[in-house]
Design a protein around this ligand. Structure first.
Ligand SMILES: C[S@@+](CC[C@H](N)C(=O)[O-])C[C@H]1O[C@@H](n2cnc3c(N)ncnc32)[C@H](O)[C@@H]1O
Length: 448
């Protein structure tokens, strides 16, 4: 029997990602997966994300079953083993026989026919050798044991244990292995909540309101990118935590705004929406391909939204000053490990220092363009203080003309009468709270 299209696509995507090329979320929206039927798309998605999430746990277990060190195997063979082992150990609805057979066919089709016997033998052993028992023997009170059991790099586990303690760190690790919820919002001043929900339900979607903030919604079942509202640009898919960031700018229709690091424009489009469709917004990013997607995605809905390709650390090619600037800085993304599990395997501890230098430079440069009395918001999807509070503290100490303001979103639901989302004046919504990406933000105001 031929290899199923879903397995073949997952195999190719995983090899590309391992070589550092792109993110799973982008590759799964490209050909051929975008043309698959729902069942194949679901399986390809499950396999790609599953193997990325469980990579070090799978490698640790496979290493006990293969006589040679795993690094000495051809990368195609290693990837087939990971894919096969993921199906055998984590996917109860795929029969073991089918997983083994498909893996053997896959390794043959990948040009490594001579490894067919090894794949067959190792995956059969994987099923019989007692994975749960092996996991049960890992010392879960150590960063090494936790890093293998929950498949995260040990340096990251170790710093989270130091910061949050064993119990909390363990919950974060477990949650990072659960698929994130898909959140969305209206992207049109004319599309009210009731009409949005009624239209989606009529198209067969099941949705419910997000627990922490009105205006944010969660989809239970269904691919929202196929909905008529998404296709017409009236609905935006955006993590609930990210939906809070543009609100910190307190937008008015008359505001002239800049979104530095706008990427594919999720927050820039929200800025126009919050400015009642009349705020003037420029999205700036150094990545042309992302801005092209941003224009395709938001151009129909917001023709006035402008896009500029530029390096945000260099003098900006813009002559105006802005009422509101958002710096949604490029960051380690440790708050997005559920959605972007590949980050776990790319990020190194040293990157945090390098990123903090870049973030401060983006912030310094943007500050030059804020009008007197204007607002500057700094945001990341990182959980690391080096990229969050420490960048803001360094910025404020070298910019006495800016004052720190408590980040406040009146629509965030308080807990026991307190706003638990604000710590020392910073907005702090970790993934455990958002059920999606974790976000951090700080608000600063220029002197009049
Ligand atoms: C966190 S993402 C932005 C997400 C986006 N704001 C959104 O809401 O969808 C960071 C972005 O920073 C951009 N970037 C990285 N270095 C940059 C630089 N030196 N100047 C401008 N943009 C940069 C990346 O291309 C990426 O799109």
């Amino acid at each position: 029997m031929a290899v199923s299209p879903a397995r073949m696509a997952a195999f190719r995507i995983l090899l590309k990602i391992e070589q550092g090329s792109g993110f799973a979320v982008e590759r799964l929206h490209d050909d051929p997966v975008s043309r698959f039927n729902q069942a194949d798309r679901r399986l390809a998605t499950e396999l790609v994300y599953g193997v990325l999430r469980q990579k070090s746990c799978l490698d640790w277990y496979l290493a006990s079953l293969v006589e040679r060190p795993l690094e000495r195997l051809d990368r195609e063979v290693r990837m087939v083993l990971r894919l096969g082992a993921y199906q055998v150990l984590f996917l109860s609805r795929v029969p073991v026989r089918a997983a083994v057979h498909q893996s053997v066919e896959l390794v043959k089709e990948s040009g490594k026919r001579s490894a067919a016997g090894l794949v067959n033998a190792v995956l059969r052993k994987a099923d019989e050798a007692g994975f749960e028992q092996a996991c049960g023997q890992l010392p879960l009170d150590s960063s090494r044991g936790l890093s293998l059991r929950y498949s995260h790099p040990e340096w990251l586990v170790s710093r989270w244990m130091d910061r949050w303690g064993w119990k909390h760190a363990t919950v974060v690790l477990q949650e990072n292995n659960c698929p994130p919820k898909v959140h969305f919002r209206s992207n049109s001043p004319r599309l009210g909540q009731e009409e949005m929900v009624a239209t989606l339900e009529a198209e067969g979607y099941s949705v419910y309101p997000y627990h922490l903030r009105r205006g944010a919604w969660v989809v239970d079942e269904g691919d929202l990118t196929k909905s008529s509202l998404y296709r017409s640009g009236q609905l935006a898919i955006q993590g609930a935590g990210s939906q809070v960031i543009a609100r910190l700018l307190e937008l008015k229709p008359s505001d002239v705004c800049l979104d530095v690091c706008s990427g594919t424009g999720g927050k820039a489009s929200h800025m126009v929406q919050l400015g009642k469709g009349q705020a003037s917004v420029i999205g700036l990013d150094s990545n042309f391909a992302r801005l092209r997607i941003a224009r395709e995605r938001h151009g129909k809905q917001w023709p006035g939204l402008r896009w500029v390709v530029a390096d945000g650390t260099r003098p900006l090619p813009l002559s105006v000053r802005f009422d509101k600037i958002l710096v949604d800085a490029v960051c380690s993304g440790t708050g997005t490990l559920r959605r972007n599990p590949e980050i776990r395997w790319r990020l190194q501890a040293e990157d945090l220092t390098r990123l903090a230098v870049l973030q401060l430079s983006l912030l310094d440069n943007a500050a030059e363009r804020v009008k007197p009395g204007g607002i500057l918001v700094y945001a990341t999807c990182s959980l690391e203080p080096e990229e969050n509070e420490q960048v803001v503290e360094r910025f404020l100490s070298s910019h006495p003309g800016f004052r720190f303001k408590t980040a406040y979103d009146e629509g965030l639901k308080p807990c026991q009468g307190l706003n638990p989302h604000c710590q020392d004046g910073f907005l702090w919504l970790p993934p455990l709270v958002t059920q999606s990406d974790g976000v951090f933000a700080a608000v600063m105001q220029a002197a009049e």
